[in-house]
Design a protein around this ligand. Structure first.
Ligand code: ZN
Length: 434
C-alpha cells in the first residue's frame, strides 16, 4: 500500500521521495498495460521525473467516453486483467453517457481511506451516527461513499434515496445526528415534513451535522445560514471528488469553509489555463482547471486527466485542523460555464443570489433554448412552500442578479415543488436546444 498514514497531515515536501517512487512504479505500469495511453502518448515513454509530467499530453473525459464506446464496458484504459476487478460502478450520466468504472480490491481500499480522510475532516468521528442518503444503485455515491463514512469511524445507516417518510421516522427513532446527502436534499425533506409531519419542524429531527457533496452551491454563505437557521445543522462539503479519479478527495473542516485537498500521497495535481492548457502555479488566488494523475491505481489509471472543474486556490499553508493540503473552492465546470455578453457565469453564482431570497426554495435552473452567444441569463426559480409571488419578486431577483453578477437575467417563477426530486447530481444548466 503506497498510502501514507495520515498522509493529509504531512507536508508535500516531506513526501517527495514517496511520490517520485510511486510515479516510477505507476508510469511504468501504465506504459506497459494501458493501450489507451500508449496511443495518447504515441508510444513515447513517460518522463522518469514526476515534475516533468507536463511533457505528456492531456487526456480528457471525451477520450474516456470514446474508449468505452470502442472497448466496452471498461474502455482500453483498463490496465488490469479483468479478474483483478472487484467492484463495478456506473456514473449517473448527468453529463453525457454513463461511464463504467472498475476498481480492484486495492483501488477500493485506497479510495475508501482517502474518502474517509475527507469525511473525518468534515467532522465525522466514532460515536456519531450518520444516515447515508445517496443512491446506492450502481453509483459511487452509494456503496463506496458509505464505506468512506465507515472509514471515518462512524456508525453508518445505509438508507439510499426515496422512502422519505421512513427516513424521518428512522432519524427520530434511532437518534441519528448526521446526514450524508446532496445539498438540495434537505429542501426535499422540508416538503415531506410540511406535508406528512405538520407537527414537526426540521429542527425537531435533531440533525446537527450535514455532510454534503455531489453538487455545487455549498460555498454560498446564504445557503449555509439557511441550513443553520432552518435545521440547526452545520453544513459541510464532505465529499468533493471526480468519479473517474477518486470519488472523494477533498472536504471542508470546522475551521475553514474552503475545500482541503487530502490525497497528495496518491494523486499528482496540476492547474492549467482551460483555454490554452498552459500550467498555472498552485498558489493562493490562482484559478484554473484541475488536472489529476493517479500515483497508485490498478484498474483504470489516469494520467494528466482534465477534470473540467475550474477551481480557485485559496490557501497553501497548513490549516488549523492539521491538514497540509492546499485549500480551494470550485468555481464551476468548464462545460457549465455560460458566457453572457462576455462575462463568465457559473450556476454557483446564480445559486448565491437565488438562495438569498426567503420567498424562493433555493432550487433553480438556467434554461438555455438556443445555442450561444447569450445576451441574457434565463433563470427559472422555484417559490418556497407557503410563499406566493407578490408580483415584484421576479423583478427583484433580476435586479439582484444584475447587481451581483453584472448580467441581465430574465427570471421565471415556478410554484413550490416544480422541480423533480433528483437522485444524485442535479443538472442546473439545461440546454434544450441540444
Ligand atoms: Zn482545516
Amino acid at each position: 500500500m503506497s498510502l501514507i498514514d495520515q498522509g493529509h497531515r504531512i507536508n508535500i515536501a516531506d513526501i517527495a521521495d514517496h511520490r517520485q517512487a510511486a510515479w516510477e512504479r505507476q508510469s511504468g505500469y501504465v506504459a506497459r498495460h494501458s493501450t489507451f495511453y500508449q496511443a495518447v502518448w504515441k508510444g513515447k515513454a513517460p518522463p522518469p521525473r514526476l515534475e516533468d509530467l507536463p511533457e505528456l499530453p492531456f487526456s480528457d473525459k471525451a477520450g474516456l467516453r470514446l474508449s468505452q464506446e470502442a472497448h466496452p464496458p471498461f474502455g482500453d484504459y483498463l490496465a488490469a486483467a479483468p479478474d483483478r476487478i472487484s467492484r463495478l460502478h456506473r456514473t449517473s450520466g448527468t453529463t453525457g453517457q454513463a461511464m463504467t468504472l472498475g476498481l480492484s480490491a486495492r483501488d477500493c481500499e485506497i479510495t475508501e481511506i482517502v474518502g474517509g480522510r475527507a469525511q473525518a475532516l468534515a467532522g465525522l468521528r466514532p460515536g456519531v451516527m450518520v444516515v447515508h442518503c445517496l443512491n446506492y444503485q450502481m453509483w459511487m455515491g452509494g456503496l463506496t461513499d458509505h464505506l468512506t463514512l465507515e472509514r471515518a469511524g462512524a456508525t453508518v445507516v445505509p438508507f439510499g434515496v426515496g422512502s422519505t417518510e421512513l427516513l424521518v421516522r428512522t432519524i427520530l427513532e434511532a437518534g441519528i445526528t448526521a446526514i450524508s446527502c446532496t445539498p438540495s436534499y434537505p429542501v426535499v425533506l422540508e416538503r415531506v415534513l410540511a406535508e406528512k409531519f405538520p407537527h414537526l419542524t426540521p429542527r425537531d429531527l435533531g440533525l446537527t451535522l450535514g455532510l454534503f457533496g455531489g453538487e455545487p452551491g455549498l460555498d454560498d454563505p446564504s445557503y449555509r445560514q439557511r441550513m443553520r437557521d432552518t435545521w440547526g445543522l452545520e453544513p459541510r462539503n464532505a465529499n468533493y471528488g471526480v468519479s473517474d479519479v477518486f470519488c472523494n478527495f477533498a472536504a471542508q473542516c470546522e475551521h475553514d469553509s474552503d475545500l482541503h485537498f487530502v490525497a497528495h500521497d496518491v494523486l499528482y495535481v496540476e492547474l492549467i489555463d482551460p483555454e490554452t492548457g498552459a500550467p498555472k502555479a498552485i498558489e493562493s488566488g490562482t484559478e484554473g482547471e484541475l488536472v489529476l494523475t493517479h500515483l497508485d491505481r490498478e484498474c483504470q489509471p489516469l494520467v494528466r486527466f482534465r477534470t473540467g472543474d475550474i477551481i480557485e486556490i485559496r490557501a497553501t499553508e497548513p490549516c488549523t485542523c492539521g491538514c497540509t493540503g492546499f485549500r480551494f473552492r470550485v468555481v464551476g465546470r468548464s462545460d457549465d460555464m455560460i458566457v453572457v455578453r462576455g462575462l463568465n457565469m457559473f450556476p454557483t453564482m446564480v445559486a448565491a443570489v437565488v438562495s438569498g431570497f426567503a420567498e424562493l426554495s433555493g432550487d433553480y435552473r438556467i434554461v438555455l433554448d438556443t445555442p450561444p452567444p447569450y445576451h441574457l441569463l434565463p433563470v427559472h426559480a422555484e417559490l418556497a412552500r407557503g410563499q406566493i409571488d407578490d408580483g415584484t419578486l421576479a423583478r427583484r431577483v433580476e435586479a439582484a442578479l444584475k447587481t451581483r453578477l453584472g448580467a441581465t437575467a430574465t427570471v421565471t417563477l415556478l410554484p413550490p415543488g416544480s422541480f423533480p426530486v433528483t437522485e444524485g447530481k442535479t443538472r442546473r444548466v439545461q440546454r434544450s436546444y441540444l
